[in-house]
Design a protein around this ligand. Structure first.
Ligand code: NAP
Length: 218
């Protein structure tokens, strides 16, 4: 059992918390407004969950997820996240979010620069939160989906791949963080699990995800 710290416990952070608890992990959820505003989510998650501030969640966890709006990345508690693997689920769509100061390369590289003492792994960005819940399957299921994973530390990538396996997903190891552009908004891999409507989820396994990553153009 691991303790998963979730910074940003909205749609995608909440879905990750549900999957983590369902697979037997403890979770510490956090947001910007304070732990008391997460009482309903904690009650739903049950005894394996508690709410805290982002800094407390970071210190309490042995694997962190950040699922905040891209402009909030400078608020991530770098000192408290030091020496931890941090999964970055943040998306950046210039048409929606405008220019992010300091952005050169991918947003995950920007997050890694801010969290210089952490091992940042980009994952869970290319799946709608409802699909993330709907498509989770036990290991070996024929319609199990895969999620791409990128990070500069191979051990951290392996750690995240093992966690994804526990919550119901295969993974495609895409290599270093700089490869994360392959599933940014607008790429084939960003929509690989999307159905005809936003609520419809389509399973996409390792081979489909690999092909979608390979089809990306800058
Ligand atoms: N929605 C999806 O299906 C989906 C899928 C993949 C990736 N993503 C990406 O995941 C991120 C979150 O998206 P979402 O749809 O889950 O958003 P959301 O429902 O609006 O949740 C955002 C969460 O971030 C928290 N937050 C905002 N500023 C913060 C700060 N400075 N410190 C700590 N927490 C902060 C919010 O807390 P408060 O409410 O207290 O401010 C809220 O809990 C975005 O980057 C998005 O692009 C979303």
């Amino acid at each position: 059992m691991r303790t998963i710290g979730i910074i940003g416990s909205g749609q995608v952070g909440g879905a990750l918390a549900r999957l983590a608890v369902a697979s037997g992990h403890r979770v510490v959820v956090s947001n910007s407004r304070g732990p008391e505003t997460l009482a309903d989510l904690v009650a739903e998650l049950g005894p394996g969950a508690r709410a805290a501030t982002p800094e407390e969640a970071a210190r309490a966890c042995d694997l962190a997820f950040v699922a905040v709006p891209v402009r909030a990345y400078p608020d991530l508690p770098a000192a408290a996240l030091r020496d931890r693997t941090v999964v970055d689920a943040i998306n950046y769509d210039p048409a929606r979010h405008g220019h992010v100061p300091g952005l050169v390369g991918t947003t995950s590289e920007l997050v890694q620069a801010h969290l210089a003492g952490s091992r940042v792994v980009k994952a869970c960005n290319n799946i709608f939160f409802g699909s993330l819940l709907a498509l989770a399957r036990p290991s070996g299921a024929p319609d199990r989906s895969a999620l791409p994973v990128a990070g500069d530390d191979a051990g951290a990538r392996a750690e995240v791949i093992a966690f994804l396996d526990a919550i119901g997903y295969d993974a495609v190891d895409a290599g270093p963080l700089a490869e994360g552009w392959r599933w940014q908004p607008g790429t084939p891999a960003h929509l690989v699990h999307a159905g005809a409507t936003v609520r419809e989820a389509v399973p996409a396994g390792v081979e489909r995800v690999r092909a979608a990553l390979a089809a990306a153009t800058r």
